[in-house]
Design a protein around this ligand. Structure first.
Ligand code: PGA
Length: 221
């Protein structure tokens, strides 16, 4: 039975998940799946502060927009600004879906030690929107109206929000050895509870996480 860990505030959320990342970084050649969005910002700040050794780490980001004309809203740019440029990552070890060479590896299991996830208001993880198959592989998807609206806060106008993305599928996400899902804010409480305690249904993609044997959910409001 999954359980949501209630954290007292947003900075503490980042701190506690940073402890888990720090532990993962002690493994030989650690592999991490990383999210973008507003939720992981306190985590990335804390990780930067800790000045950890990332030299043997490989990271795979969950998603990237397709045909994005606003480059500083690309997820690669977000990661460089908020994490990669502050740590000693080897650039060759940074992967985004859409880097064609790495798709097959993502789909057939890359032995990821830790996968970090946010949750969308509609229960999506990465850009696996409601209705995505639990067996889905890495692929190009159309974004839902709700996601386009949610993400429009980062763009000059809603018309600038890309309508497609490349997303890691639910199947490769689920193949990670450990998964952490995090949510910040009351507006995410209901959907996180539905995902963790409700029916396992493709209508709420995050609900498949209940079947993972090493998964934790963190929430603060
Ligand atoms: P957020 O996005 O962290 O900006 O709330 C999470 C998500 O949509 O996956």
């Amino acid at each position: 039975m999954s359980k949501i860990k209630k954290i007292k505030n947003y900075w503490e959320l980042g701190y506690q998940i940073a402890d888990i990342v720090e532990h993962t970084l002690t493994l030989p050649e650690p592999k991490l799946i990383l999210p973008t969005g507003s939720t992981p910002l306190s985590l990335y700040k804390e990780l930067v502060n800790r000045q950890l050794d990332w030299s043997s780490v490989t990271t795979y980001n969950l998603d990237e927009y397709v045909d994005n004309t606003i480059q500083d809203q690309s997820y690669r740019y977000f990661m460089v600004e908020n994490l990669f440029k502050h740590i000693n990552m080897d650039e060759d070890n940074i992967y985004f879906p859409g880097d064609t060479a790495v798709w097959p590896q993502m789909d057939y299991g890359i032995g990821v030690d830790l996968c970090l996830l946010g949750i969308g208001g509609n229960g999506h993880i990465a850009f696996n929107e409601p209705g995505s198959s639990f067996q889905s592989e890495t692929r190009i998807v159309d974004l839902t109206e709700e996601t386009i609206k949610d993400n429009s806060r980062f763009f000059p106008t809603i018309d600038d929000v890309p309508t497609q993305a490349v997303t890691m599928g639910l199947k490769p996400i689920l193949s990670s050895k450990k998964i952490i899902i995090m949510a910040n804010g009351k507006h995410k409480k209901d959907i996180l509870e539905q995902a963790m305690y409700g029916d396992i249904t493709e209508d709420i993609p995050a609900s498949i996480l209940q079947t993972h044997t090493n998964m934790e959910a963190f929430y603060c409001d």
